[in-house]
Each structure stands twice: as C-alpha cells, then as structure tokens.
Ligand binder design. Structure first.
Ligand code: ADP
Length: 449
C-alpha cells in the first residue's frame, strides 16, 4: 500500500512536469509559427510598396483585409494610421518602427488578445512609415486551454489506472512472500525437517525459497549435531560416573581397611582424570570452532613446529618400537595461525599413527610446498581404517571397533579437523590399507592467498 502510494506520487510529479514541458513547448512553437507568418506577410507587403504623390500605395493591401484573422495596417511617417477602418493596433510597435526597429508584441483590446509585428518602411533617404501585421490570439489561447484541460483531466485517470495496476502488481508480487511467512511460522524446533514449498515460478521468489530451505537445512544439521553431541557427552560421562558411584558405594557398604580406601580413592582419581581430560578436549574443540580467535593468529613456522612435535613424541614411538622419520623441506613454510592449536593437530595425528601401528613399524612425516599451500603427510604402516569407518572418523566421539581398547575418546581427529578448518585448511585420508594409512593436511601459506 505504502509502496503504491509512493509510486503514484512520483508518477504524478513526473506527469505534472511532463505536462508543463509539453504545454510550454507547444506554446513556444505556436508563437514561433505565428511570428514567422506575420513576418512573411509584412515583408512581402514591404516589397510591393510604392510611393505615389507622397502617399504609400500597396496594390493588394490598400485596405486592411481580414485574411485568416490577419490584419495589415499602414502608418505614415508621423505614425498616423492610413487605413480608414478603425482597428486596434500596437502603438509602441509603431513608435519603435518609426525609429527604425522592428518588434513583436502582445496587446489586448476590447477583451481580445492580439499579436503584432511592426516593420519600418523606408527608401534610401526617406522614412516612409510602418507596416503592422496583427492577428488575434483567441484561436491559439483556446487551443492551449483545451490542451491543458485535456492533459489535466487525463492525469487523475492515468494515475488511478496506475494505482490500481500498481496495487494489483504489488499484491501479486508480494503474495508468495505472505505464503512464505505463513510456512516459516509453522516451523518450530520440533519440526526443523520441514521445508518451504515451491510456491512461485518467479525466479527471485524461487531463489528466496531455495535460500531459506538451505538455511533451514543448515540449522537442522547444527541442531542435530548439538543434540547428538549432548547425548554423546552424557553417554561418555556416564561410564566413569557409574564406575565412581559403584566403587564408592562398595567402599561405604561396610568399614574397610585403609588400603582398601586408598585403592577406591585411586580408582576414583583415575576416572576423574579421565573425565577432566575429556572435558578439556571438548573445551578445546569449542574454542577451535570459535572463529573470533582468528584475530589472534600469528605467523607460525611449520618446519620448526613439526620438528618439535616429532621430538615430543619420539620417546612414545621408541617405547612402541616404531621408527619416526621427519622429512622437512629447505623452504620455510609459514602459516598464519595459533601455534598451540597447530601443535595439537599434528600431535593428534602422530599419536594416532603411533597408537594404531604395531611395533616394528614406521611413521613418516613429510612437508612440502604445493603452490600457495603447505602439504603435510603423516604416513604409518599401521592397521589401516576400514572402508566403512572412513566417512565417520572425523566425527566427534567416533571410535573404530578395533580401537576401543586403546583408550581415547574419539575426539582426536575431530580436534585436528577443527584446527585445520579454523586455519583455512583441511585434512583427509589420502590412502588407507591394512598395510598403513596416510593422512594429508593442507594449510594455506602466509601471504599466498
Ligand atoms: P581415538 O581417540 O579413538 O583415536 P580419533 O578421533 O583420533 O579417536 O580417531 C577416530 C578413529 O579413527 C579411531 O578410533 C580409529 O579407528 C581411526 N584412526 C585414526 N587414526 C588412525 C590411524 N592412523 N590408523 C588407523 N586408524 C586410525
């Protein structure tokens, strides 16, 4: 409604300006035509003028002739009208002509409006008088008034049609929006799987519906993810809490020896440690998902960082009788990031490689520059990842069947992936067979976007 009002108002203003311009140009053109006609007549009369006995004689125009409402008047050098029929004339024009100047003028007489053109008449030496050609302007005035009336009368009609058309158009264009609003209102957190129907064939509306549906899908995915995470966390916490509860209840059932109490407390401490580690990992994950921390990113030299992580894990590898090799390029690989998060990423990958590689195996870390990216591979000769597990290993709390007894919460890879993503990079399993796996990490190099 508001839209239509503005649209009609603007259209009205444009129309009025248009009418004004049209009216004024029509008037100007008409005056030009009249002036031209008056001038042609006056000039042709001046050419035919002769002087007989000191009197101006014009053969055809001796008398004023109402030629198409055009009158010709002759004046002697004293400015006196030479024609007998009394006719109104433009006295100022005559005075000007006697001074040698031609002129155009409008004047009124007896309620009638005239246009006059006055031309001086002279031969080589003498001033002979003046010719004035007049025409009434009533026909022009009438035509102009009719034109203005017609245009002004048509304007409201035109605006009314535009308003009705505009309203209809707006209503029709906005109808699908109303439908969308109705459909969106029906979507609640319990029915996030609902999608908006395709209501219109209009490309923009289709685009809007598609965008909203895409957004709904993202919201639903996020919602389900959070729901599953809460379930997973509760589930993970339940086991140690049940163990604690069991040991404490058992210890309290009757009085125990100090050694038995110590054993119970040790059991409780183990489980609490386990819970603390898990909560810490979850907190780390939550922080990694928070993109605002990117503000604190600094340049990190990957070569040094990888060396440090490998050095840190070397005792563990040696303990498992594994060979740990590092191949770093001469090139300095610098990325913009958080060094402790990046350390955690590679630590988790290497820790997994150590965990899932039988003794006597080999773990190899290589880094290289590939265009504007750093590519890091962590290759092991471990047990490999079953094909059916591959799509899930980066999910939170996912643990492969064969790895359950090896500890861990199933958060290591999701943390590694979250770190890579928050640094604009990615991780994928490049290759995995029962003879070993290769994890490939890509990170954008600093200044090479
Ligand atoms: P976990 O704490 O169980 O190691 P991760 O998120 O680190 O959790 O890994 C998820 C699962 O992916 C593991 O349970 C394991 O089945 C599999 N996995 C990860 N890395 C390797 C690897 N290098 N070799 C074989 N399997 C692996």
């Amino acid at each position: 409604m508001k839209l239509t009002f503005w649209y009609v108002l603007i259209l009205g203003v444009i129309l009025l300006v248009f009418i004004f311009i049209l009216y004024e140009s029509f008037k100007a053109f008409s005056y030009r035509d009249i002036d031209q006609a008056l001038r042609t007549i006056a000039s042709s009369i001046r050419e035919g003028i002769s002087v007989v006995d000191e009197r101006i004689v014009t053969p055809e125009f001796e008398r004023p002739s109402p030629l198409n409402d055009v009158f010709v008047l002759l004046f002697n050098p004293r400015g006196e009208l030479l024609t007998e029929t009394p006719l109104p004339y433009d006295a100022r024009g005559v005075t000007l002509a006697l001074r040698g100047k031609e002129s155009y003028a409008n004047f009124e007489n007896g309620g009638r409006e005239f246009r006059a053109y006055t031309l001086p008449v002279h031969d080589e030496e003498h001033r002979l008088g003046a010719i004035q050609v007049l025409t009434t302007l009533s026909a022009l005035r009438k035509a102009l008034a009719n034109l203005l009336f017609l245009l002004l009368a048509l304007t409201p009609m035109f605006l009314a049609v535009a308003a009705i058309g505009g309203l209809n158009l707006a209503r029709r264009a906005l109808a699908p929006i109303g439908e969308i609003v109705k459909a969106v209102r029906l979507i609640k957190t319990e029915s996030l799987d609902r999608r908006l129907p395709s209501i219109s064939t209009d490309a923009e509306i289709e685009d809007l519906v598609r965008t909203l549906n895409g957004m709904l899908e993202e919201i639903e995915k996020g919602f389900l993810r959070e729901k599953r995470l809460t379930q997973d966390i509760s589930h993970e916490l339940r086991t140690p809490l049940t163990i604690i509860k069991g040991s404490v209840s058992l210890a309290l059932r009757k009085s125990r020896s100090p050694e038995e109490y110590v054993a119970t407390l040790q059991e409780v401490e183990r489980e609490v440690d386990h819970m603390i580690r898990m909560v810490n990992e979850l907190l780390f994950l939550a922080r990694e998902d928070d993109l605002t921390q990117q503000k604190h990113f600094k340049p990190v030299l990957l070569n040094a960082l990888l060396e440090e992580v490998c050095l840190e894990l070397l005792p563990l590898a040696t303990q498992h009788h594994l060979l740990l090799c590092v191949n770093l390029p001469e090139d300095r690989l610098v990325v913009l990031g958080n060094s402790s998060s990046l350390e955690r990423l590679f630590y988790n990958l290497l820790e997994n490689a150590i965990k899932y590689t039988p003794s006597g195996g080999k773990i190899e870390v290589t880094a290289e520059r590939n265009g504007h990216q750093a590519v890091i591979r962590v290759k092991d000769t471990g047990i490999g990842i079953p094909r059916e597990d591959l799509p899930h290993i980066f999910e939170r709390f996912f643990r492969g069947d064969r790895s359950r007894q090896r500890g861990g919460f199933g958060l290591g890879l999701s943390i590694a992936l979250a770190v890579a993503k928050s640094h604009g990079g990615d991780i994928r399993v490049e290759d995995s067979t029962p003879q070993g796996s290769t994890f490939l990490v890509t990170l954008p190099l600093l200044g090479e976007k």
